[in-house]
Design a protein around this ligand. Sequence first.
Ligand code: TRH
Length: 380
Amino acid sequence: MPSPHIKTWDIFCRVIDNFGDIGVCWRLARQLAEEHQQAVRLWVDDLDSLIRIWPETLQLEQQQVAGIEVCRWNTEFDADVQIADVVIEAFACDIPTLYLDKMAQLKRIGQTPVWINLDYLSAESWVEEFHGMPSAHPTTGLRKTFFFPGFTARTGGLLREGSLISARDSFDAAHWLINMGIEPQPEALLVSLFAYENPAVASLLAAWANSNKPVHCLVPSGKILTSINETIKQELVVDDIYLQGNLRLQVIPFVTQTDYDKLLWACDINFVRGEDSFVRGQWAAKPMLWHIYPQDEEVHITKLNAFLDHYTAHCSRPLANTIRATWLAWNQGENIESYWHQLIPQLIEWRGHSQNWCDSLRNQPDLATQLVTFSTNRQG
Ligand code: TRH
């Protein structure tokens, strides 16, 4: 007889673009399985994206990967599947009608599954109000609960594995860098750069080339490389190194999700983007610059400012102002050079602040644990 604490979970993930949708779902699936011993099935419509962050995945309809049952979510969902105890719809992706009908059948016999919409991360204040709100499905009457990750006690928290901080603290950066073919330059700031295409990169490269402190920048192959190549009028590819003044820019491969954490831990400053790398940058407890996912009508700038309000609330005003100005310039594609030169003299304080920020976030229960607790306490 299985323990009543072991539930079956179906996570539905539709990849809109990039790697954040699958990045979040995969991390959640793994934590539920590894730490909470839950039986997890992940439905994803784009296996290529999972293969990029977790290369042992294959192009198969159904497979076991890292203790998770991974299924391709085809447009025609005709799978004759057992409905899970807990159904997670990631980012309002709309679960298949056939699946919903089966959930409704279970409701009629008093075995309603727990249905959760896992939403995008935002630091805006309305999130606290909407987190945990139920909504009745118009035709089936099934109750769906909105679960919002977030930075405060009245939200669903952030994904954070139980062993994450101890793994970070015992990490041997020098050893890992050598294995990755990276030879950090003595005296240089080691920077990782993960971002969307951005015209501001021209001024960033200029800031680094002209900087008193040498910069060794590691760029995992991706969108920002297109902007870099346009700026320097070259076609850099993986393993290429570009030298200009005090800048050494090295293109590295897009690494696995596990190695990406290590890259963040190894660097002095991290440029992160979207949602998942943004959160991992915070757990790395290193100074970071966030390129938020751009949205229409500048909605993302409101979100960016909301996060900055929290993030800079407890650092000195000069540092808070420089961080905000730099992040806004980076996100608005503006010249960032003078801001970079203002930030570097504040690096020691920024480091301490990053550590304090990370420590304060650790006081919250993590998202996976909150989901498990919620699903245990809630029947349908
Ligand atoms: O890729 P992102 O920009 O993802 C998104 C999507 O655009 C999504 O549609 C949007 O809704 C969301 O952002 C807010 O950035 P993100 O979220 O940081 O996801 C990147 C993932 O890729 C993350 O799990 C880390 C991983 N990664 C690697 O595994 N290896 C790498 O080398 C790098 C650079 C990242």
